[in-house]
Design a protein around this ligand. Structure first.
Ligand code: PLP
Length: 359
């Protein structure tokens, strides 16, 4: 059994994907070819936002969002401590200070109550300028955007949705990628919507942000390609990856249903044995991971291994425990829930082509 079966997906879509790649080889517009625009339009339609700007990967997507929001030295940007490194990395990369926030113990997402505490603490200390929040749709479940948006409004902060894992998720019919001021995603192969290399995208309804993002991703270009009006970066999605994603996006709704069926089946069979994932009323998860909590993770994982079922730990190290963020001076006592989750969670195989699994 595969943890994520990309081969089964390719077998299923082979003729369509091969044809798309062949088309690109024929027209030869490898950078910013017509498939890139077509994909941006289809992504905008699917997510329900005005603008989609594709880029080289999910980390760049977050970095570009930080650039547009003018995040810089002296700014505080709040993000969950229980996430993938890139969420916090892009804040520090801009010279700003990541301020970590504990998790909700049921959804594993950023805890709105602790977020407000951390914001008030930064305000009281008076050293940093509170600028933005990056919320993460961890394991495919959208964060609590209704609560987060209220906090962002109350403290005049920008809200960024890191939907690298959340693409396909929903809250009351509103799709992941459409929350906050700017949202980002990743097309890394193992994500719910992945390509065959690196890729990413940024979503926004803000015309001004969209124009800036299109400039930043190509060296800060102005109206004239060779007049660069600001300092940007080189972060485009390859045309071949866009071509592959066009076919994968068309199949995505079917795969999303299959992922949800697999998750429901896991939950029916494993409820009682473990704490199973919580999906709040009105929410849809894209199940980037199906994650269990156990007091004896090592023994559980060894047991699955014996049965031929691969498991993985996402994530065994919180941001406040990372060597690169040691100087921020946090301890596990600052984030009791996230620290406990990091020592207890493990994930089961999850993809859109699961054969019937039984335990
Ligand atoms: C994967 C991931 C990223 C980074 O995406 P890349 O395409 O690998 O750069 C950022 N945030 C989260 C939560 C992720 O899971």
């Amino acid at each position: 059994m595969q943890f994520i079966d990309l081969k089964a997906q390719y077998e299923h879509l082979k003729s369509k994907i091969d044809k798309r790649i062949h088309n690109v080889l024929e027209h030869g517009q490898y950078i910013m070819g017509p498939e890139v625009q077509e994909l941006e339009q289809n992504l905008a339609d699917y997510v329900g936002v005005k603008h989609v700007i594709t880029c080289a990967n999910g980390t760049d997507a977050l970095t570009l969002a930080m650039m547009v929001l003018d995040v810089k030295e002296g700014d505080a940007v709040f993000c969950p401590t229980f996430t993938f490194f890139a969420t916090a990395e892009v804040i520090a990369y801009e010279g700003a200070t990541p301020v970590f926030v504990d998790s909700d113990q049921d959804t594993f997402n950023i805890c709105p109550v602790d977020l407000e505490k951390q914001i008030q603490k930064v305000i009281a200390e008076g050293e940093l300028n509170p600028k933005a929040i990056i919320a993460v749709d961890l394991f495919g479940l959208p964060a609590n955007y209704p609560a987060l948006q209220k906090i962002a409004d109350k403290y005049n902060l920008k809200l960024v949705e890191d939907a690298a894992q959340g693409f396909g998720g929903e809250i009351n019919g509103q799709r992941a990628g459409s929350f906050g001021d700017i949202a980002t995603t990743s097309f890394f192969p193992a994500k719910p919507l992945g390509c065959y290399g690196d890729g990413g995208a940024i979503f926004t309804n803000n015309d001004e942000y969209a124009e800036l993002l299109r400039s930043y991703r190509v060296h800060g270009k102005g109206a004239d390609k060779y007049d660069n009006v600001r300092i940007g970066m080189n972060s485009r999605l390859d045309t071949i990856q866009a071509a592959i994603l066009l076919e994968k996006l068309a199949e995505f709704p079917t795969e999303l249903k299959a992922r949800n069926r697999a998750a429901d089946k896991y939950s029916r069979e494993l409820a009682g044995k473990y704490k199973i994932p919580v999906v709040p009323e009105g929410y849809v998860s894209s199940w980037a991971q199906y994650t269990l909590v156990s007091d004896d993770r090592d023994a559980e994982m060894a047991n699955y291994k014996e049965q031929g079922v691969p498991t993985m730990v996402y994530y065994g190290t919180c941001m406040h425990q990372q060597t690169a963020f040691k100087e921020l001076g946090y301890t596990d006592e600052n984030f009791p829930i996230a620290s406990r989750l990091a020592s207890q969670v493990f994930s089961l195989p999850m993809h859109g082509y699961m054969a019937e699994v039984s335990f």
